[in-house]
Design a protein around this ligand. Structure first.
Ligand code: FES
Ligand code: FES
Length: 941
């Protein structure tokens, strides 16, 4: 290797960089200097997280080789523009305006915005958006609008029209709950000081070893005949090549499946592939070496001999009569769940005044967090195997991997690193298990693993695609009479979270309407595409793809406005959902009454602004989601009084960027109000399995609800212990003097609070709380190119009392921006395109509207901490169908199979000109719906 010394002015200071000019990128060089505020997400120039200013120009430093960096170049990074005690206006504004969620993109955006404001201190919003578009700055969390808000606010300060105090949060009194207090981790994120996993890699002890995965990517379904590691093991620097035969435990990643209709139990996924490759991204070995480069070179030399098997890349092929079994022990369709309400839907539909039918496809969506998968591992001083990673489910993931790698779960410690988002994929224990398996082999040195973004894309789970057939009918007044549906979901080759997703589909189809007769079936099948895992909007989104589209179709056939058609069919007091139970609340009328004038205004505007080439349209969709995992959900937290009078809150409310930190702070401050603490007297100790009680998975929109109640419990216990007979509170010294414990566990458990869905009928009421909403999309469609753009999104949501405005708004902007991209472009069906962020369809700034309004009704809940409910998943429930419905409203083309690409819209327009509708034929999902219903009725479980 030939090295070069390059002298640069780094943040104004003359520094020498020693590097390999051919191999090292500017990003690598800067980060090796300790300036890890510059992040690397995609690593290939698509995301802008590595943006820095080079000689006055914004550049993506991951694509600049050091050989192209001139001597005496001026380099500005996030560390050079402001510090925690002397923030740049952009840094302050990003904190105040909710522009920081996971924060992984923030340094890149701030540097990019600084370069813009250096040139033009008075940009318009559209100029800011165009700048971020041009410079490829991607944020997957915020939906961009809060970032543009922050840039506009900071620009005012830079122009001298405002001062820093004007753009800082001002606390009124001592109120935290219900305010827009910025999240505690925001300061570290905007100053580049937050150490994500790949930053920690540079800060590990000197003897740290590096891992590289062997992901052959030669087949999606094959028998493994031989894995030859000899050549790799002989290479310089290689310490070990770990394969399945080295694994001490079961070599299985365990995510239990206990649905009575499944013979699969969630034990089928190998940690390292042993007998078969089940999908393209399976890993057969992990190389452990002295350097990352040595590990990667050796990984290329591991030889895998295979015998190809038929590959079933979608559920329709996997359930075809001639398909072979993907797992020997079960047919490819391994789980079925009916929903039966009232009379048989087919009988009612046949006699109804009006009916429509359709077949729909929800595509395979990648989460596309800007940070990929990265982690560290070591054995701690107490003999625990420690994995520092992005876990979204610390307690659950511990159990998920301990038996697989062969360790007592009590000796497995999982710590969540600061996390550049996941939106669900990090609920899956698979990659953490790889680290665990290597640590079982290497006990005397720490390890670190950074997957490339491409490796991560093929390794991580995705949203389950779903094919559905449905019919919907109404009477002559437009009152719904019956719904019939049959949905088949593709979970890839592993069952992960199958029972949970099935439940969601079977609850949110046709929600929140009054439908007296429903016959439905959910099926889940194995395929050889990527396995499916958690993703915001889990399961409900596939249901809405069907029911909110067919609702529009029926309204049209009846000659009714889709808004008013829905209005007369939304459930009113006492009316029941498709599972036979009343809704918990009935805010549907209020939501629609709030939205109606906006809808009417949008329709008029769309009509006025449509041209011959660009047609505008408006679409709506009703949405909602439940809160908690249902009966048996459990959360624990602990509160401890410290000697200095502060309180430490211990929990595992995993923070993936959604705001576990501000959520914890807000509920704690509110629960301890009688103590009169200020926000900074509450300390957070979070997300370490051996220091914090298990608060449960950060999913199912459950965290605020479950941790909130557990916090109230802990706070009451602590305050009761501190309370003196006259009502004042003991100090720490007084507690110590009286030998009163100062740390209390708070618990909330939902056992006995709900009824699981009956596996024979779908009747049930699993959760205590819900969120409700409606979404209005405004789109424009270019009839020449077929390209659709969402130019406006409005939501009216009822999530109960809001605990933190920035966090809830953040989920609304973020969830809806995912909905928009799900409707129009995100898709991992094509493995080649799916290798990269851009190829898989991540939306850039100008693809998400700046006209983005969220209206919150805040009806306090009777059940829910401080009147709150959940939040997150409401906002990624049905917004995508609002976009699809708006496209139809604009040009009369219905997109049945997502995403609505320009090619599909164009083909639809051409078909329409010929008087045709490109409607898919009814899908064959493995058997006849009513045969299956009869079989289930005859053989109940
Ligand atoms: S553009 Fe450099 S890391 Fe993505
Ligand atoms: S805050 Fe932008 S990617 Fe997470």
């Amino acid at each position: 290797m030939s090295l070069r010394k390059t002298t640069v002015f780094l943040n104004g200071v003359k520094r020498n960089i020693i590097c390999d000019p051919e191999k090292d990128t500017l990003a690598t060089a800067i980060r090796r200097m300790g300036l890890t505020g510059t992040k690397v997400g995609c690593g290939v120039g698509q995301c802008g997280s590595c943006s820095i200013i080079l000689n006055g120009e914004i550049v993506r430093s991951c694509t600049r080789r050091m050989k192209n960096i001139a001597e005496n170049s001026q380099i500005e990074t996030i560390e050079g523009i402001g510090t925690a005690s002397n923030l740049h206006p952009l840094q302050q504004a990003f904190m105040t305006y909710g522009s920081v969620q996971c924060g992984f993109c923030s340094p890149g955006f701030i540097m990019s915005a600084k370069a813009l404001l250096d040139q033009n201190v008075n940009p318009t919003r559209e100029e800011v958006r165009a700048w971020f578009q041009k410079h490829r700055n991607v944020c997957r969390c915020t939906g961009y609008k809060p970032i543009v808000d922050a840039v506009m606010a900071a620009a005012k300060v830079l122009r001298g029209e405002a001062i820093m105090e004007d753009i800082a949060f001002k606390m009124e009194g001592n109120q935290v709950y219900g305010t827009a207090l910025p999240r505690p981790t925001a300061l570290a994120k905007v100053t580049g000081l937050c150490d994500y996993g790949d930053d920690l890699k540079y800060k590990m002890p000197e003897d740290t070893l590096h891992l590289a995965i062997v992901q052959p990517r030669v087949s999606s379904h094959a028998k493994i005949l031989n894995i030859d590691t000899a050549q790799a093991e002989a290479m310089t620097g290689v310490v070990k090549v770990v394969t399945a035969k080295d694994i001490k435990g079961l070599n299985r990643v365990i995510v239990p499946l206990d649905h009575p209709r499944s013979i699969m139990k969630g034990l089928e996924r190998p940690l390292l592939a042993d007998k078969k490759i089940f999908r393209y991204g399976d890993v057969v070995a992990v190389v452990v070496a002295e350097t990352e480069e040595q590990a990667r070179e050796a990984a290329k030399m591991v030889k895998v001999e295979i015998e190809p098997l038929p590959e079933y890349m979608n559920v329709l092929d996997a359930v075809a009569p001639d398909a072979i079994r993907i797992h020997e022990e079960t047919p490819n369709t391994y789980l079925k769940q009916p929903v039966l309400k009232g009379a048989l839907a087919s009988d009612v539909i046949d006699e109804s005044f009006c009916a429509v039918e359709g077949s729909f496809y929800s595509s395979r969506e990648a989460h596309l967090s800007v940070e990929g998968d990265t982690m560290q591992g070591y054995w701690d001083e107490d003999g625990n195997l420690v994995i520092q990673c992005k876990s979204q489910a610390i307690g659950f993931n511990r159990l998920g991997i301990a038996y697989g790698i062969g360790i007592d779960p009590e000796k497995l410690r999982i710590i969540e690193n600061p996390t550049g988002a996941s939106f669900g994929w990090a609920a899956s224990p698979g990659s953490f298990a790889l680290m665990g398996a290597c640590l079982m082999e290497i006990k005397d040195r720490p390890l670190t693993l950074t997957m490339s973004y491409e490796e991560h894309m093929h390794f991580s789970g995705k949203r389950a695609p779903a094919y559905s057939n449905a019919r919907l009918a109404c009477d002559e007044k437009g009152k719904l009479t019956a719904l019939e549906f049959d949905v088949a979901m593709d979970r890839g080759p592993y069952t992960e979270y199958s029972g949970h997703i099935m439940e969601k589909v079977m609850r949110f189809m046709g929600w929140p309407y009054n439908i007296p007769n429903v016959t439905g079936l959910g099926r889940i099948a194995f395929t050889n595409h990527c396995f499916a895992t958690a993703y915001r909007g889990f399961g409900c989104l596939q249901a809405y793809t069907t029911s909110e589209a067919i609702m529009d179709m029926l309204a049209e056939k009846m000659g009714m406005d889709p808004f008013e058609f829905r209005y007369q069919n939304i459930a009113r007091d006492g009316q029941t959902n498709i599972n036979g139970y009343p809704f918990k609340e009935y805010p549907m009328e209020e939501i629609m009454d709030t939205l109606r004038p906006i809808y009417q205004g949008a329709l008029a505007k769309a009509k006025a602004e449509s041209t011959d080439t660009v047609k505008r349209g408006v679409g709506i969709a009703m949405g909602g989601f439940n809160v908690t995992l249902g009966p048996g959900d459990h959360a624990e937290v602990a509160l401890e009084l410290n000697p200095d009078g502060t309180i430490t809150h211990y929990n595992t409310w995993e923070d993936q960027g959604q705001g576990g930190d501000i959520g914890t702070l807000s509920v704690t401050h509110e629960a301890l109000k009688p103590l009169g603490l200020t926000a900074d007297q509450i300390r957070l100790c979070m997300n370490d399995s051996h220091r914090c009680p298990d608060t449960g998975i950060a999913a199912g929109s459950r965290s605020h609800f479950m941790a909130g109640y557990a916090t109230i419990d802990a706070a009451n216990k602590l305050m009761n212990a501190m309370r003196k007979p006259e009502g004042t509170f003991r100090t720490y010294s007084e507690m110590a003097a009286e030998d009163i414990p100062t740390k209390y566990l708070g618990v909330y458990d939902t056992t006995g609070t709900g009824t699981p869905l009956d596996p024979n009928t779908g009747v049930g009421d699993p959760t205590q709380a819900y969120m409700y909403g409606a979404f209005l999309a405004e789109v424009e469609v270019n009839v020449e190119t077929g390209k659709a753009m969402c130019v406006g999104m409005t939501s009216v949501g009822d999530v109960g009392k809001i605990g933190n405005i920035l966090a809830v708004e953040g989920q609304a902007y973020g969830g809806l921006s995912h909905s928009i991209s799900f409707a129009l472009k995100t898709n991992y069906d094509d493995l080649k395109k799916g290798s990269t962020m851009a190829g898989a369809g991540i939306p850039y700034c100008q693809e998400i509207p700046d006209k983005f309004d969220n209206i919150f009704l805040e009806n306090p809940r009777k059940v829910g901490p401080f009147g709150s409910s959940g939040c997150s998943e409401l906002y990624q429930s049905s917004g995508h169908v609002a976009v699809i419905n708006a496209i139809y409203n604009a040009v009369g083309v219905r997109i049945y199979e997502l995403p609505a690409t320009p090619e599909k819209i164009k083909a639809g327009l051409e078909a329409k000109a010929r008087g045709e509708d490109l409607k898919p034929k009814k899908y064959f999902l493995g058997s006849d719906l009513y045969d299956e219903i009869e079989e289930i009725n005859t053989n109940p479980v």
